[in-house]
Design a protein. Structure first.
Length: 375
């Protein structure tokens, strides 16, 4: 039996191996979408990612017979533990060959690092947090992921289960299609009635007033999602960084504000699914691939509803359904006829009912795993 060694990533060469390892795992998988290496480097950069103003991370590689056979990150998120008054650490960026021994050593290494930080449980995958790429795909392997959603081999579930991880929570992804919405006149009536009863209006993002618009997003996001399981508020610096990254790619007509008496009470961020373009780029933005983001964006047939929420005092009025309907109407105008609403907590009844009202199909599921650690 060959020995398996675990190394902490400590050099540029190690980081390159960490970043490129997924290409080995998915080389024969037609559904995987290579991430942009530039983006992943920025996510992991402790000096550039404001997440690390309140968090720490350590990256590890598993090597067998001179070859990398797995990777994992261990994460300590102080803001999470402050928000929830617990002592949970996270693992993420997990990739591994189909070998339980390799997986166990990776999980053991992450667990030891987390335990040494004074934490008593390990949860994930979080890449690196609940506000980033989150969860493990457990249903829906025959389709490529939408933008900023994870994809993984099916055998990862066995690696997790065999190690002793337990389900913490499942996340849902709903497919919403123009054809199904059009078969039900009730959808438009529900949306119209909800807006009329609350004297509410929906408007698109004003790019000329971007900074002020961003302040409204901050207010709605952290207030609307606060009651949700596992929620961690985004800091102002994190929202600013996210907005800077997404600003060149957003379609302002798909970024919607719900207003009542000139007060913003809801928000929806829908992005064209640039994974259709990223798939051709094989992880590389330069030297010329970035041009495709602008020349091919009008050919994208899918969108992802990344954020859709209403602040608590205006919930349960059907306003979420009104946002869903408005998104699909606007998406159709740019020839997008499929949308994914994701992710939604399995027990978020209000949002799941909203997706059902839109005649959505629950077509993918993701799982967050957790394991208590011995100290």
């Amino acid at each position: 039996m060959s020995s398996i060694e675990i190394f902490s990533v400590s050099s540029k060469s190690d980081l390159k191996k960490f970043l490129k390892f997924p290409w080995l795992i998915y080389k024969d998988n037609p559904h995987w979408v290579p991430p942009l290496l530039y983006d992943i480097k920025k996510v992991l950069n402790k000096k550039k990612n404001p997440f690390f103003n309140h968090a720490d991370i350590e990256l590890f590689l598993a090597v067998k017979e001179g070859s990398v056979v797995g990777r994992i990150a261990a994460v300590k998120n102080d803001l999470h533990n402050k928000e929830h008054n617990d002592k949970v650490g996270f693992f993420g960026f997990f990739e591994c060959i189909n070998d339980q021994e390799v997986a166990d050593k990776l999980f053991d290494t992450a667990a030891q690092w987390i335990s040494e930080k004074g934490l008593n449980a390990m949860r994930g995958p979080a890449n690196p947090s609940v506000n980033d790429v989150y969860g493990l795909l457990i249903d829906g392997f025959d389709d490529q992921p939408r933008i900023l959603m994870p994809y993984n081999p099916k055998y990862y579930m066995d690696l997790m289960d065999n190690y002793g991880f337990q389900k913490a929570k499942d996340l849902y992804a709903w497919k919403i299609s123009k054809e199904k919405m059009e078969t039900n006149d009730k959808i438009k009536r529900v949306a119209d009635i909800a807006l009329k009863r609350s004297n509410a209006t929906i408007r698109p993002l004003n790019m000329k007033d971007f900074n002020n618009e961003l302040e409204k997003v901050k207010f709605v996001y952290n207030k609307a999602w606060e009651p949700n399981w596992g929620f961690v508020p985004l800091t102002d610096e994190e929202i600013d960084a996210l907005a800077a990254d997404l600003k060149p790619l957003v379609d302002p007509n798909l970024v919607l504000f719900l207003e009542i008496e000139n007060k913003t009470v809801g928000f929806a961020l829908t992005m064209p699914d640039y994974n259709f373009i990223f798939k051709e780029m094989n992880g590389r933005l330069l030297p010329f691939n970035f041009i495709k983001l602008f020349t091919k964006r009008k050919t994208i047939p899918w969108a992802r509803i990344i954020i859709l929420g209403v602040i608590p005092e205006f919930q349960k009025r059907g306003l979420d359904a009104a946002l869903y309907y408005e998104i699909m109407v606007r998406a159709e105008k740019r020839n997008i006829v499929r949308g994914e609403a994701s992710w939604i907590l399995e027990d978020n009844d209000m949002m799941n009912r909203g997706a059902e009202t839109m005649r959505g199909d629950l077509y993918k599921k993701y799982r967050i795993y957790e394991k208590e650690l011995m100290r």
